[in-house]
Ligand binder design. Sequence first.
Ligand code: ASP
Ligand code: MG
Length: 421
Amino acid sequence: MALIVHKYGGTSMGSTERIRNVAKRVAKWARAGHQMVVVPSAMSGETNRLLGLASELAPGHADTSYYRELDMLAATGEQASSALLAIALQSEGVQSVSYAGWQVPVRTNNSYTKARIESIDDQRVRADLDAGRVVIVTGFQGIDPEGNITTLGRGGSDTSAVAVAAALKAAEVLIYTDVDGVYTTDPRVVPAAKRLGTVSFEEMLEMASLGSKVLQIRSVEFAGKYKVPMRVLSSFTPWDIDLEEEAKSGTLITFEEDEKMEKAVVSGIAFNRGEAKISVLGVPDTPGIAAGILGPVADANIEVDVIIQNISKDGKTDFSFTVSQGDYQRALELLSEKVAPSLGASEVVGNPNIAKVSIVGIGMRSHVGVASTMFRALSKEGVNIQMISTSEIKTSVVIDEKYLELAVRSLHTAFGLDKSE
Ligand code: ASP
Ligand code: MG
């Protein structure tokens, strides 16, 4: 029998009835002889509720002492759900104990609201496991070197679970959520989307960073670094389904790529709706223009995604890049009021409604012509490609947001991903 980590998301912990269901499921695994560690999220809506209270009291506040209190506050959500789960397990007749991050301890750096885990002490948890207890460790939180409570960023319980699994050298971490796995694309956009039985860790990393919201991206990075086998599966199956069947359900994130190379070239289509494009036109083409434009943008804490620079004509060039829609106004003002005049650019224009669509697959490494299949499929639908960016295992295009669904659907079909009826 093995040491297994379960993680339950907010929806799975959303009511006392659901918590009881989680307890029954965990009890089933414990009774089958596994050593169980469970990492719950806060009950759904709780983190938003708490943070909402804070901003009611101090709208627009943003300094370190405020962020410290936000973490102190937000961490209570997971503390409550963890204790409730321990109580539910005890009432099922299973010995159980819950720990807040600081009690384990889960050590992090001191970046409030987006702290990074540095180490996890496994002694206390291991002693309980050896005594036959189910151990519940709060998701989303830790303690900094000065003893302050920290949180890991929204969705951070996934990362807590993977980190705990890595520290304990668990056989597998099962991420129970409200979907039954990782899909070839969002089934709400493409009803023919299929659940993937396996996906490689690298593909998952691309898909998570490209907007598939199933897992917090840092959890995937962690799993890759420490080679933690990770599975995404549904918490909405009946709790008493056969354990063997449950253990094989969902999507397994694998590290074996060779076998996968022989399969589909493209594993999934990821997309991001909320992007915006900014172009700086007629900039003198001299060394340092990219730094001149993007330096101030980075200094303003605005993240840039796809970047292109056109060839120059008469010593002038055009430079375009994308940012998230939320940063669009700020970036546009910064560029037109400060950056463009100082660089001698002629104009700054933007489009706040664009989307990025990406095909992802490790098979792309060993196959040629994948990108051209993508471009052909889009041109057949009359979708204009505004920007292109590629990496070893993905190709992304930037298009007008209104064509997003059409583009995703046609690519899903073009790469043979539609499920056969
Ligand atoms: N409760 C936190 C959030 O809502 C962490 C998590 O659920 O993973 O972001
Ligand atoms: Mg989540």
